[in-house]
Design a protein around this ligand. Structure first.
Ligand SMILES: [Zn+2]
Length: 275
């Protein structure tokens, strides 16, 4: 979600409630009666205040620097003691946030000056009465949040590597360009990393997913024989058949280019499906 939309906040009881300043990480609204934080977010001033433990399954969030007992840190600990839900804005890149809500502070470590954040499920946890979902529900919600985080990061990384252009037709219309997985993300090799990604326009993405279009390990486009034989208007002729045998446009930086083994694995499926 982009920053300008977040700055607007939301309306409650006829008043506008801000989601926070987006300068400080921990926010408690002036309109709140309770002491607990309403939102936490990756701070511009201290971008390392929040971390995600890749190996484990936990979001951690650091206290604000300075006294443990300063107002922001008290609001964070109040959210832990009262088990009240908060909204977590996780920075994906400057000005872009992943929103996770409801989020709960489920552990507090004053010595390490950090708290553990765990997502809950909206239907259960937005009722009054604090944290009601069990650890299994939170583990599920954490996996979901982690998945969304990785997919959002993947999308941004792929778009940047390909400069928002379709690797096949070089179309650069942001509304029509998507981040495609080379090996589908439901599979073990289908990692959400730029080497398993391609920026494709909507039509080439769908054609790739449906095996009507393949990309071989050398980056050459193949159009399924069935489509090559068809006769139709300019979309088929120019938009699909015209790219048969052409090379895709790859990112300048080598470490961002598609992984050859993944292209190979994916291309073998195309060959079988298109036969
Ligand atoms: Zn395209």
């Amino acid at each position: 979600m982009p920053l300008p939309r977040l700055r607007d906040g939301f309306r409650f009881g006829g008043e506008r409630v801000s989601f926070g300043s987006f300068q400080r990480g921990i926010h408690r609204s002036q309109l709140q009666r309770g002491p607990a934080a309403l939102t936490v977010m990756t701070s511009f001033k201290d971008p390392y205040a929040d971390a995600f433990d890749q190996g484990g399954a936990l979001f951690t969030y650091a206290y604000r620097s300075g006294s443990i007992d300063q107002a922001d840190n008290r609001a964070l600990r109040a959210a832990y003691e009262l088990e009240t839900p908060l909204v977590y804005f996780r920075a994906l890149e400057p000005g872009q946030y992943l929103v996770v809500a409801p989020m709960f502070v489920t552990a507090d470590d004053p010595t390490a000056r950090l708290v553990v954040l765990e997502p809950g499920l909206p239907v259960q946890d937005m009722q009054p009465g604090g944290l009601i979902s069990g650890p299994d529900v939170r583990a599920y919600a954490t996996r979901e949040a982690r998945y969304r985080l990785h997919q959002q990061r993947f999308k941004l990384d792929v778009m940047r590597a390909y400069r928002h252009r379709c690797a096949i037709c070089t179309l650069r219309e942001r509304e029509l360009i998507q981040a495609a997985h080379i090996v589908p993300d439901v599979e073990a090799d289908g990692i959400a990393a730029v080497v398993n990604g391609l920026a494709l326009c909507a039509i080439h993405h769908l054609a790739f997913d449906r095996n009507l279009l393949g990309i071989d390990p050398d980056g050459v486009v193949h159009i399924a024989t069935r489509l090559l034989r068809e006769i139709d208007g300019p979309m088929l002729r120019t938009g699909l058949q015209g790219f048969h045998g052409k090379e895709i446009a790859q990112p300048r930086r080598e470490e961002q280019r598609p992984d050859v083994e993944r292209l190979q694995a994916r291309f073998e499926r195309f060959v079988i499906a298109a036969a």
